[in-house]
Design a protein around this ligand. Structure first.
Ligand code: NAD
Length: 249
């Protein structure tokens, strides 16, 4: 097992069709104790219970620093260590540049970018104490190609910010054995598009992708397990594309 007895914290992990929960399942199958963090309405305790015995679900809003710190303290009280953090919580919005309001900007950037900073800050002292760790940040192909398929420019900016933040943290914490890496998913079939992509549009998109299909949540989960485990022991500051060839660069 690749993650035996590791403690893995996953933000935005309660959506049963999402990348976070798919990763929670794969990490649990690899022997990790998984902590699912999410907003109250997403029922993180219910999601954790579906993983089997010994996992934990906590309500935590990644845009709220105190909430992140509370969650990290609860994880330490329960498990005594934090080995892996998956910064996965994110929201999007399909609008164009001239339509983005200040409130839209704040909402979208706060969850992906501020949330990645706050949650990393919350777990880093535990990783420093444990002399190592792996932080994985979910960015997006939209950060790399100036828009993905669905999210607006503020979403691209948030996800590009995540790349910069993660690379800088990789440089800062590498000497302490803490690795920080990003994943840039292409279009993955989850609830994030809220049913706004028709089956016909999805077929059209799939035809433009070299692997001829949209991604599945499990495709991203496998990459997360790799980056969480010692299989990637010499990888830090990298950006791992999981996009079916949608962007080859
Ligand atoms: P999802 O909507 O299923 O998951 C997002 C989760 O984040 C939800 O469970 C939601 O409750 C949670 N969340 C939202 N605001 C939060 C907050 N303030 N605090 C804590 N949790 C919060 O969608 P998904 O597709 O699984 O998205 C997961 C990540 O992958 C996101 O960062 C998204 O931007 C990114 N991503 C998705 C795709 C895709 O095509 N699905 C592509 C590239 C990147």
């Amino acid at each position: 097992m690749l993650l035996k007895d590791k403690v893995a914290v996953i933000t935005g992990g309660a959506g049963l069709n999402g990348l976070g929960f798919a990763t929670a399942r794969q990490m649990a199958a690899q022997g990790a104790k998984v902590v699912v963090l999410d907003l109250e309405r997403a029922d993180p305790a219910g999601a954790a219970a579906r993983l089997g015995e010994g996992h934990l679900g906590l309500v935590a809003d990644v845009t709220d620093k105190a909430s992140c710190e509370r969650a990290a303290a609860e994880v330490m009280a329960r498990f005594g260590r934090i080995d892996v953090l998956l910064n996965n919580a994110g929201i999007t919005q399909p609008v164009k540049t001239l339509e983005i309001t200040g409130a839209d900007y704040d909402r979208v950037l706060d969850v992906s970018l501020r949330g990645t900073l706050y949650m990393s800050q919350a777990v880093l002292p535990a990783m420093q104490a444990g002399q190592g760790g792996s932080i994985i940040c979910i960015s997006s192909v939209s950060a790399q190609r100036g828009g993905g398929i669905f999210g607006g420019p503020h979403y691209s900016a948030a996800k590009a910010g995540v790349l910069g933040l993660a690379r800088a943290m990789a440089r800062e914490f590498g000497p302490q054995g803490i690795r920080v890496n990003c994943i840039t998913p292409g279009l993955i079939e989850t609830d994030i598009t809220q049913g706004k992509l028709t089956p016909e549009r999805k077929r059209e998109i799939a035809e433009t992708i070299p692997l001829n299909r949209l991604g599945a949540a499990s495709d991203v989960a496998g990459a997360c397990v790799f980056l969480a485990s010692d299989l990637s022991a010499y990888c830090t500051g990298i950006t791992l594309d999981v996009n079916g060839g949608m962007l080859i660069h």
